[in-house]
Write a protein that binds this ligand. Structure first.
Ligand code: BT5
Length: 236
């Protein structure tokens, strides 16, 4: 099982940048950067990740010696770990759900974002979780654990997340992507759900079919079953 070495910071630009800096200095597998707030948190495609104090900002150095193309699997491993950790703090009738590629939602609002960045020999797994403070000024619905009726602190969320992540990484290392894919599908929108995909300037609609063995999204569009490896998904 992976052992985490968590380094705490009051404030950083981006925990992913700090983790990459530590990795370049030789920090090992499992080294993690945890910050109370980020001044320059980012999402995919250089989008901003709003990072006020009161939420979790974490980046983990993973040295997995992966063949090219398999790094994406870690995003699904992480999303399952986040969903498990959050579920344990939510009221029994409320559950985290998953949306391709790596979003975790509660009551249809985004509660967590995952950012994977790979350099030659290291994968930086960045995870943001809204625990106490809903970031303001976003045009779509966001959720927090406490706002969804959960009982949580940032430190408690960190500790549950690391435990769940170690356990899902263990499943993945020993049994490969298949059980991860199956567990992810069980928590995602059901087959047949109408999905709206945005890839750059292009918009496509179609019905959710499933997840390919390599993590690609499969959607039945007007051109037939189509694979997507990047993009943003809207549900319904
Ligand atoms: C993501 O990108 O969802 C990945 C976010 C990863 C954040 C973590 S925090 C620790 C680590 N250090 C970093 O610098 N980043 C990682 P994406 O799918 O591109 O979604 C980004 C979009 O989510 C933005 O364009 C906003 O619309 C929205 N957003 C921004 N902040 C949010 C927040 N706190 N909660 C929910 N949605 C947010």
């Amino acid at each position: 099982m992976i052992v985490f070495d968590v380094r705490h910071y009051d404030q950083v630009g981006s925990t992913n940048d700090e983790a990459l800096r530590l990795a370049r200095e030789g920090a090992g597998h499992g080294t993690a950067v945890h910050a109370d707030e980020q001044t320059d948190g980012r999402g995919r495609l250089s989008r901003r990740w709003l990072s006020p104090p009161g939420n979790l900002y974490l980046s983990i150095i993973l040295r997995l010696d992966l063949p090219p193309g398999r790094g994406v699997e870690i995003g699904f491993v992480a999303a399952l770990a986040v969903a498990d950790a959050i579920d344990a703090m939510l009221p029994r009738q409320v559950h985290a759900t998953l949306k391709w590629p790596n979003d975790v939602l509660v009551n249809d609002g985004k509660i967590s974002g995952i950012l994977l960045e790979q350099t030659d020999d290291v994968l930086i797994l960045g995870i943001g979780v809204n625990v106490l403070h809903p970031p303001s000024g976003l045009s779509y619905k966001v959720s927090t654990i406490v706002g969804s009726g959960g009982l949580a602190t940032v430190d408690g969320t960190l500790s549950r997340l690391l435990t769940a992540l170690a356990s899902w990484l263990d499943v993945w290392e020993h049994n490969g992507f298949d059980p991860v894919r199956t567990a992810w599908l069980a928590r995602a929108h059901p087959p047949g759900t109408l999905l709206r995909l945005t890839i750059g300037e292009r918009m496509t609609e179609g019905r959710f079919v499933g997840l390919a063995p390599d993590g690609a999204l499969i959607v039945e569009t007007e051109d037939g079953p189509t694979r997507f490896v990047a993009g943003d998904v809207g549900v319904g």
